[in-house]
Ligand binder design. Structure first.
Ligand code: SF4
Length: 339
């Protein structure tokens, strides 16, 4: 269920987010792992004491996230090239799990960025999120679910009225058709309840493996890896896979982690991809896992310039959810037409 944001969480945004987003000083383990990259160059941080000092300063005096990220990232900037030795499977697993832990510290509030209150709402929202942002879906679904709160109600919707409600999300005719079809299928084949098995979910119109995993992981607590564009890009940059095929990425990355981590790992990578490790210009100079990443240097390494690339709560802006969980340190997104 979706918890409401509190004034308290909003008010502590800058300092907390800054402290969490700031690049961490690499420990021995991190430096060791980073010294054996899967590919390309890797990172080694400045001395531990320098880094610790920088992190403390950052957490203490952060007036805003961007400023702190700059200060802290100065100490975490990788300084030498990696050894050419290929990374063993054991080292890869260790480094992957270390990245996951570091991301968990950077984003302790990582969560699905679609607003939902039950499995049906999450399923519909995920289908609508194709080719648009979660923000736009979140701005569209309040009116949609107010009018069609159940599969039965949505299955009986007037197609044109439904299309108009879905218009802001783009591809609204195809999406309206999928919503009608999957609502009717849930009503007719599953007694009005969203199924909780992958093999059933993928039989619903407009529902693929990615959507099914989102619903299983977040509405039913069944571990699943969500390979969207961010997850795939980051997994390749981390050297966890070289594949572009979502099913292969899911298998290869899944083999590096215990199942219990799969859902949160997906949220953390997607959070990081949206905020820091962007497709075109990753903010390497403000990245908390720079010392563990073989792709360090693909993006902006200057700390001040990199800090300006940070997005959402790390860049001082609102998140994507209108109703974020209570521990989210950023501001809620504005309703449709207000931002
Ligand atoms: S921002 Fe740069 S250092 Fe950080 S994960 Fe992405 S490519 Fe690696």
């Amino acid at each position: 269920m979706v918890a409401k944001a509190t004034a308290k969480s909003a008010s502590r945004t800058p300092a907390k987010a800054a402290a969490k987003s700031a690049p961490k000083p690499a420990t021995k383990t991190a430096a060791t792992s980073a010294a054996k990259p899967a590919t390309k160059s890797t990172a080694k941080p400045a001395t531990e004491s320098t880094a610790k000092r920088a992190t403390k300063t950052t957490a203490k005096g952060a007036a805003n996230t961007a400023t702190s990220a700059v200060a802290a990232s100065k100490s975490a900037a990788p300084v030498r090239k990696a050894a050419a030795k290929p990374e063993s499977q054991t080292a890869l697993v260790r480094r992957a799990r270390r990245i996951n832990r570091e991301l968990a510290e950077a984003y302790p509030y990582a969560h699905p960025e679609l607003d939902f209150e039950n499995p049906f709402q999450l399923l519909i929202a995920t289908v609508l999120s194709a080719q648009t942002t979660d923000l736009r879906v979140n701005q569209t679904t309040p009116a949609l679910f107010a009018k069609y709160p159940t599969p039965e109600a949505m299955a009986d919707a007037d197609p044109e009225e439904l299309e108009q409600l879905l218009r802001p999300t783009g591809f609204f005719r195809a999406k309206a058709k999928a919503c009608l079809g999957l609502s009717a299928a849930i009503r007719d084949r599953f007694g009005g309840r969203v199924p909780n098995r992958l093999e059933d979910l993928v039989t619903l119109p407009g529902v693929g493996r990615k959507t099914a995993n989102v619903v299983l992981g977040n509405a039913f607590g069944v571990p699943g890896i969500t390979v969207d564009t961010h997850f795939g890009r980051l997994a390749r940059r981390f050297g966890w896979t070289t594949s572009e095929d979502p099913v292969k990425i899911e298998q290869e990355v899944g083999s590096l982690f215990p199942k219990s981590e799969w859902t949160m790992l997906s949220h953390r990578l997607i959070f990081h991809g949206r905020r820091v490790c962007h497709a075109r210009k990753p903010a390497c100079g403000a990245c908390p896992i720079a010392p563990l990443c073989p792709s360090y240097g693909e993006g902006e390494t200057d700390p001040a310039k990199a800090a300006k690339l940070l997005k959402y709560e790390l860049g001082g802006g609102p998140g994507q959810r209108l109703k974020p969980p209570s521990d989210f340190p950023g501001k809620p997104a504005p309703p449709l037409g207000e931002g």
